[in-house]
Design a protein around this ligand. Structure first.
Ligand code: ZN
Length: 431
């Protein structure tokens, strides 16, 4: 086996035939998998059968991804409620409990069945796309307690692609630094903020991050990854850092390739972007909730609503993968407001603010005047600017650009926007 440091990390796929198949072929492939899991889940998951029956549906009614719109979305709160009524899994499991290897517990608490043979593809696809190669000795700093991510998903996926995992879990930063050094580890799995903590600790201990340590690749998740933090960490360590997205319930739903052009949807999931109010698919380029379907027979979640917002793109990625991509995670559905018929979410508010370094604090107020929605962008500036009118116009331009809506900018004195204020304050009353 060649040493990881002499391997080309910039090219390669885990399942090239799947990852590069033409759009039409992928649709046929996914539709076929969908019909299979719908048949299976209807027969083996009581909760799913009940859901279909209540909506007046039979498995034959679901032939293609478009037909998924007929099935009501299952939310995390639905899982919680049904698990209380029918413990432990609410009838969502697709195999008898004796066929499981583990039971995981996620915050809620929500119980999750862990299969005997872990077959999920997504995280492993993401590791390869992000530069991990066979032989990478990797510290896995995600939490190993109760939740399925570190042990079940990340460790198994590292093994699937031929990497060696060091199951350190989170914490003990000083020890982690010594482990990285002594084992000459090349891979890191964990949150971006914990990698930063490791960097700071290593520097504090007098280590040179590039000479004394040998990190080459990082697979990060569970937190937002600002580009500024990514480039800081990449520069400090001389490593590649790519992020992934998913949930403990359903697994990987997106991973970045080296081109950093959004997160590719893995080949063992169907991801829809839907209008959170109607559950209808909105198509590429539009903001909506991420709703996912897995082909996992042990835990066949179908139309699982993540509560996260994103935008899908189908434009080709220069890496050669043809799967659609999630552009980025824009926030939570429950933070979304509709203004003049368009969704406004905190991610957009941040985006507008990030374009103008003069802004210190900000908040959007949505009000109703003469039966019309009004949006005001309240801003505290870091310091007085010479031409406030000009800046106001520029920010209003950014609002139009990012939100596709008109909004008025209002500069307010320092201290007007309270600490911890909501990014979007909806003051409308509907009496
Ligand atoms: Zn790509």
């Amino acid at each position: 086996m060649p040493k990881p440091e002499v391997m080309d990390r910039t090219v390669g796929f885990l399942k090239k035939n799947l990852e590069t198949q033409p759009h039409k072929k992928r649709l046929e492939y996914l539709n076929q998998k969908l019909r299979g899991i719908i048949q299976y889940a209807y027969k083996n998951s009581i909760a799913f059968q009940h859901k279909m029956d209540s909506a007046g549906l039979k498995p034959k009614d679901i032939q293609a991804i478009k037909d998924l719109e007929k099935i009501p979305i299952t939310k995390k709160s639905d899982l919680l409620e049904l698990q209380k009524k029918h413990p432990p899994f609410g009838g969502f499991e697709g195999v008898p409990i004796g066929e499981l290897k583990r039971i995981f517990i996620s915050p809620g608490p929500i119980f999750e069945p862990g299969e005997m043979e872990y077959n999920e593809l997504g995280w492993a696809q993401g590791m390869v796309a992000g530069g991990f190669r066979p032989g990478d000795i990797t510290i896995n700093t995600f939490s190993y307690h109760m939740v399925p991510f570190a042990l079940h998903m990340v460790d198994n996926s590292l093994h699937r692609i031929g990497c060696i995992s060091i199951p350190t879990g989170v914490g003990n930063t000083e020890q982690q630094v010594h482990i990285l050094k002594n084992l000459n580890a090349t891979g890191f799995c964990g949150t971006p903020s914990f990698l930063l903590t490791i960097a700071e600790k290593a520097e504090e201990l007098g280590f040179d991050l590039q000479k004394d340590l040998n990190l080459k690749v990082g697979f990060v998740a569970a937190e937002m990854l600002p580009e500024s933090l990514r480039s800081k960490l990449e520069d400090k360590f001389g490593m590649i850092i790519r992020q992934t997205y998913g949930t403990a319930d359903i697994g990987c739903l997106g991973y970045e390739c080296l081109k950093k052009s959004g997160m590719h949807i893995p080949d063992d999931k169907i991801v829809e972007i839907v209008d959170p109010q109607t559950g209808k698919q909105v198509g590429p380029g539009k903001t909506g909730e991420i709703v996912a379907t897995t082909f996992n027979k042990v835990y066949p979640l179908i139309r699982f609503g993540t509560g996260d917002l994103s935008i899908l793109t189908e434009t080709p990625c220069p890496c050669g993968r043809t799967s659609p991509r999630l552009l980025k995670i824009l926030g939570r559905v429950d933070q979304v407001t509709k203004v003049r018929g368009l969704f406004v979410h905190p991610g957009q508010v941040d985006e507008v603010a990030s374009r103008h370094p003069q802004i210190a604090r900000y908040q959007i107020l949505v009000a109703r005047k003469e039966q019309k929605d009004e949006m005001v962008f309240r801003i505290e500036l870091k310091e007085e600017v010479p031409q406030p009118e000009k800046l106001k116009e520029e920010i209003e331009g950014s609002i139009r650009d990012v939100m596709k809506l008109r909004g008025e900018v209002l500069f307010t004195p320092k201290g007007t926007i309270p600490e911890g204020a909501k990014k979007i304050e909806d003051q409308r009353t509907w009496a």
